[in-house]
Design a protein around this ligand. Sequence first.
Ligand code: NDP
Length: 333
Amino acid sequence: MKNDKEFDVKITLPAVGLGTWGGRSVDEVADAVLCALKLGYRHIDTAWIYTFAEEATGQALRKWLGARTHEDASASFSKEQADSSAETPSRKDLIIATKLWTTFMAPEHVLLGVEQSLARLGLSYLDLLYVHWPILKPFSGAETHPVDEIIQPRFATNIELADTWRLMEALVDQGKVRLLGLCNVTVAMIGEILAVARIKPAVVQVEMHPYLPQDDLVEFCARHGIAVVAYSPLGSPGSIFKDDTTPVLLRDPVVTAIAAKHAVEPAQILLSWSIQRGIKVIPKSTNPARLLTNLHPDVPLDADDLARLATLGIKHVRYFDPNKLFGVNLFQE
Ligand code: NDP
């Protein structure tokens, strides 16, 4: 058994990782992940619930790692593996993050959810395992069509997150997971876990963009040494079932004006805004040119740019609203 001190695997998340939600086919997502890995992305964000994205990520990893796949994927991580060589594609250079879906949140189902994710990814360990939502949905044993579950929110209830967390800690002890994280939580919820955790959350992932800056959470996490990952950093298409999936935020006049001023793409403004706040981003794209743009946003935003972007926070837009997704007022708003 590793104790808290022995498990001191420090990873630094790269500023930019890849989101994998919203692809239209397994091949499209697998091609995007492979392209991203070749471009230099090293943090891939997926989830049990993202129809076929774990499977697609697994396919891309096998191609990228090539002959080394079996060797690397079957070996458990060790502290020595933290010394990486960037030249040769290697499992140990990657941060593969996935998320425990709501139907696996009861302590007795945590292991099953993680084993399913590992099998789809073709990996023997996860670098980062998140609680996807601090919500429990009853486990029916036949969660085969996740999209239905999202479109038809039913029977969601809050749970004692601490009970689930203990099981996740056990997975770290067993070497199946390196780091633990929380998604879709408030400062109060993070505080509750910090109060009981033997292994504290290394990463918190929440929706974050200029329409939802979450300043209090950013400040709290900085104070507690918790990395923050912004999901939907471009404002998300919101739904993938529409003709034009361009996020509305990318067309916001404030964002486009700042982009024009710097002669860059609006996406670069949004990603640079997060990165300058010390936040990691995981934009999703299946377009190779955009994958490259997103990896190097590199726009030095000045005080005037930041002040104008700060005015957008008043909108308080959530593209992933638990009231609509689950019928649960998780954030009390
Ligand atoms: P994003 O904010 O990443 O926006 C993705 C959209 O932006 C896609 O339509 C994409 O289209 C488009 N896009 C990407 N790059 C550019 C660019 N440079 N210029 C113009 N358009 C661009 O939304 P997501 O909601 O996908 O969030 C990112 C990731 O966060 C997800 O994929 C997922 O991994 C994670 N996530 C986590 C959640 C959680 O509950 N923890 C919830 C939601 C997301 P195209 O592919 O055609 O480029």
